[in-house]
Design a protein around this ligand. Sequence first.
Ligand SMILES: [Fe+2]
Ligand SMILES: [Zn+2]
Length: 371
Amino acid sequence: MAAELNSEAFQITAHSVIIRRPAGREYELPNLWLRDNCPCDDCRVVETQEKRFILSSVDADLAPTEVGLDNSQLSITWPDNHQTRFPLSTIDQLMIPEPKLHQPWPHNFTPETFDWSLFLTHSQTTVASLTSFMRWGAIVLTGAPTQSESLELLSPVLGPIRELLFDRIHNVSVTGHVYNIAHTSLGLPPHNDFASYSFPPSVQALHMLQNETPGGESIIVDGWAILEQLRLDHPEYFKILCEFPVPFREFDQDNETYATEPMVRCNIDGSIHSLRYSNQLMQMMNPMQPGIQQFYSAYRELCVRIMHRESAARSTFRLEGGQLLLVAAQRVLHARESFQPVAARHLQDAYFELDNVANKLRQLQASQKSE
Ligand SMILES: [Fe+2]
Ligand SMILES: [Zn+2]
């Protein structure tokens, strides 16, 4: 069966309806997809617009008994007489790919700075700063309070603190609880925190309360940019890093966190989802296990690139007291130069989740559009 209406046409196959649109586009719509996505009020929870229809209520070989196309609206009658009407504009919308917010850093990148108070209270500044954060994976807030625990104040924008073991707000100084290299004055190689969790936190706020010591510059590294270059230069290394499980451990006398995961995770489309990288938390592996030599070659190459001081994917700056660095922690690694512990240096950090940050940005963008 075929019909020509307003230069649009459809064709019914055993499992789908094929629509030809004027511009030469063709959509093949599976019958089960059409039934599952019926937008009518019986198939949705009207108050919430959530789907209510459940696919188990129809046969696997479900097919329309009647199809019509009029004014870019598809009408379908199903065997139980249920009617589905589908504006084709809904399907057009689905063809537009979700924009990727992140971008590789430009030459000589340093994170954009925003004022702490405006970040929290002025919605245009919040949108600008969160957009910059989602794009580059790092921003700096200036004019932050220098009182302890001030990170609690960020929740209205960043969402709830993601609590992990050891502390809710972690103190980084040479005088407190020492369970990590960060609590010494040694230089810290680029890493992300809590590689020892199956799901490490996706946002980290590093809040400098006081920094009077010489040295200790902050360093950030765009881990995804390094991985993309590695994928181009050595695809076999990239593949190994996506597949070879590596154990990570962080512990003290009361805690024992442990996860065995590959260093790189990709999304279904092949884009990078996350990098897990911590020299200090990585554990000794069975040296006889298959593939370990190849893993070590791949890991060494990644390590060389992450440690490269002149890398275009590295940015170095000094974080003063009252400044805060926010990083997308599964993308951007953080590090610090060694410092001389001759004066006060006190940093606090806390973790948040990128989903909550993205939610805040979408919410503010929608409310600015409707103003
Ligand atoms: Fe850290
Ligand atoms: Zn329906």
